[in-house]
Design a protein around this ligand. Sequence first.
Ligand code: NIG
Ligand code: FE
Length: 412
Amino acid sequence: MNNLIIQNASQVVTCSGFTGKRGKEMSNLKVIENGTVIVTEGIISHILRNDEPIPIDTQSYNIIDATGKALLPGFVDPHTHFVFGGYREEEFSWRLRGDSYMELMRRGGGIDNTTRATRCETEKELVASGKQRLNAMLRMGITTVEGKSGYGLDKETELKQLRVMQQLNEDHPVDIIPTYMGAHAIPSDWKGSKDEFLNFQIEEMFPLVAQHKLARAVDIFCEKDVFSIEQSRRYLLAAREQGFQLKMHADEIVSLGGAELAAELGCLSADHLLQVSDKGIRVLAETGTVATLLPLTAFSLKENYARAREMIDAGCIVALATDLNPGSSFSASVPLLFALACIYMNMTSEEAVSAFTINSAAALGHADRIGSIDVGKQGDLILLQFPSYKFLPYHVGMNIVECVIKKGEKVV
Ligand code: NIG
Ligand code: FE
């Protein structure tokens, strides 16, 4: 029975809306002080103030008393690489001693290293480790997560990663939105043949992924010494022609004009943006492409943070994501994400909440059905231990999510 009434919440932080919020709009969370939310058959059916009568027969409903607690939409994490084999703790310790991320990649570490390990693992093993990571995310309030392929870089393993996500989506309460990222790196077996590798992606892999409905969006690592702007344009245009939505790892390490390309092609999102140009910010502000920022990655790589404040002031739609992966950001810590976004990227609490709910849903093209507390949306909700959303960045590094509700059912 997915019928649920959550009553007397000190705040119902609705984040109301069906599209991404831009600039100043991110400050308005449309909070109802002292409210009740009703979920009927998994879908939000009523949002009430406490002084309004409950207009339904409550007999078939579970009831949660939320006195003294804030109720929010479930968090949406729009950029992760959570399905992978092996770990890179050795590389992390080399980075602590001063080696750079790109240097390790050139030496055959980095994505190559994880690709070798992922190729060796069975589907069952990947499902098991993926499940552990999803459990941890769910406990911190993440109810929908995007997951990228890109640690196979060959036909068999890319499809394996996507099938693992498909299976986890069926078995686990967290909803998984898979993204195909065949162009995450150039595997050693294709060294010196980047364009041929892209042809293989476009001609063989895209049709397979589309045919088996394994992903709706594709992504590429557009970066110096990885895929150039021109190569990214070709790959993404071909993907669009084959019916995919587009995403990009853009301007992460070197400012190449990735944001400009993402805006030009109408990508759902441009992600990372640590080195975005002023022009890149301007064009993102003029289009619907979401600027997805990943402060846990900047923190872990000891890079400067993305210019969130300037992006929001310019009118961009800014989202936040964890980027959980075994290399650049081995963390899905929502508490740390909020702390970094607010303390180091100068986002307000309101902006950070918008960025990890309605705007992150928009970065996935799903703002019409998740990411806010609106009648008709999926009943994905979280209850905090505290009476206000302001505790999310304030209670630094602490998980204050007390209860997680997925499609009207209490799962944590
Ligand atoms: O988003 N930059 C490229 N991709 C990932 C890292 C992948 C890895 O290091 O394994 C990222 O940071
Ligand atoms: Fe990434």
